[in-house]
Design a protein around this ligand. Structure first.
Ligand code: URA
Length: 173
């Protein structure tokens, strides 16, 4: 992927955040700017963090399974995920979040090493090396399927409860 990407997209946010969001891979805007989740899906994620959770974007940590954009935003390949795994694992260990929100099926299956569907994975608390993991829908999926936002909102509230935080508002629209 380093032959086709503009730059690596490593992370955004606080070094020692309590919450870490993990997405799939950089898209076009992220590849151009070098920052994860800055395109349309990123705007929705920012709304979820700010309006839904009442946190600032720079209070959380945001990363992806892949650090380089797959051409044309195709799905990450197994080999690509395997090559990026040591980076992601080390990122998680260094940030040491209490809770990880896995955004979308790629991130959730990768972290939890499972082939289960999002319907089976979301709505509960899993573990990654002693840290809590909550899986929910990817913001890009929510943009295509707004009816799934209510489930995502429940997952966010579950994550907030696990962190001992009270969500300030209603589900972001
Ligand atoms: N989708 C992702 O999974 N990650 C990004 O950084 C942007 C869009």
């Amino acid at each position: 992927l380093c032959r086709t990407r503009t730059q690596t997209v490593f992370s955004d946010g606080r070094e020692h955040a309590r919450v870490m969001f993990i997405g799939e891979a950089p898209g076009e805007s992220e590849d151009r700017q070098g920052v994860p989740f800055v395109g349309a899906a990123g705007q929705l994620l920012t709304d979820i963090i700010q309006k839904g959770m009442g946190l600032a974007r720079n209070e959380v940590y945001i990363a992806n399974v892949l650090k380089c954009r797959p051409p044309g935003n195709r799905d990450p390949e197994e080999e690509e995920k395997a090559l990026c795994t040591p980076y992601l694992d080390r990122q998680i260990e260094l940030v040491n979040p209490e809770l990880i929100l896995a955004l979308g099926l790629h991130a959730a299956r990768h972290l939890l090493r499972t082939p289960l569907s999002m319907g089976r994975l979301r709505g509960k608390v899993h573990a990654w090396r002693g840290r809590k993991v909550v899986a929910t829908y990817h913001p890009a999926y929510l943009l295509r399927t707004p009816s799934a936002k209510k489930d995502c909102w429940q997952d966010i509230q579950l994550a907030m409860r696990e962190l001992g935080l009270t969500p300030p508002g209603k589900a972001p629209r």
